[in-house]
Design a protein. Structure first.
Length: 190
């Protein structure tokens, strides 16, 4: 039986629940690019069934931040996903802030083990700084999903080196996440 993974390409293309911006790039576009490539890798693997929150770069979910987040979580819950992966790019007023981190609802959980492998996959593939697995139970997509859920902050859109990596090599970030999923599930690459 295929492993069901729901990929949430965080944020909407504009307006309600739009993401951060930096160096002329928009978070929602980076999230969409990486999430779409991750979905392709998982589908080509053949052992996964995949759904994404946004099926085109212009898809808008919800009419407010709350309904946008609820639409993503409800789609994953209704489908009965085995894992939920929300993809984001971080931002800071400090342009030196950089690196990758992965958020989970609680320490010591299944999601935390998955988060550690995904973080290592990205850091090893992309050379970003390892900012660790962090606990944040206030994040809606971690709190309201009924399956293990992680929120991946690929890098900082407000950091010149990170944004260059995210925009020039979305495949690399997708590959890092994919490798982390395989390592977590103890699966060999196909």
């Amino acid at each position: 039986m295929a492993i069901k993974i729901f990929i949430d390409q965080g944020h909407n293309p504009e307006g309600v629940n739009a993401g951060a911006e930096g160096f002329g790039y928009r978070e929602q576009d980076i999230n969409y690019a990486v999430g779409t490539r991750l979905a392709q890798l998982l589908r080509e693997d053949g052992r996964f069934e995949v759904r994404t929150s946004r099926n085109s770069p212009t898809d808008t979910l919800g009419t407010s931040n709350a309904t946008s987040l609820a639409a993503r979580v409800n789609a994953a819950n209704d489908w009965g996903a085995d894992y939920f992966i929300s993809i984001h790019a971080n931002a800071s007023t400090n342009p030196a802030a950089n690196g990758t981190e992965v958020y989970v609802y609680r320490e010591g959980s299944v999601a935390a083990a998955l988060a550690r492998e995904v973080l290592e996959g990205i850091v090893n593939r992309m050379g970003t700084k390892d900012n660790g697995v962090r606990v944040n139970p206030s994040l809606y997509v971690l709190r309201r999903t009924r399956m293990p859920a992680i929120l991946v902050e690929l890098g900082y859109i407000t950091n010149a080196e990170d944004v260059q990596k995210m925009t020039e090599d979305p495949w690399g970030f997708a590959q890092g996440i994919y490798t982390g999923i395989l390592n977590y599930l103890d699966l060999e690459p196909v």
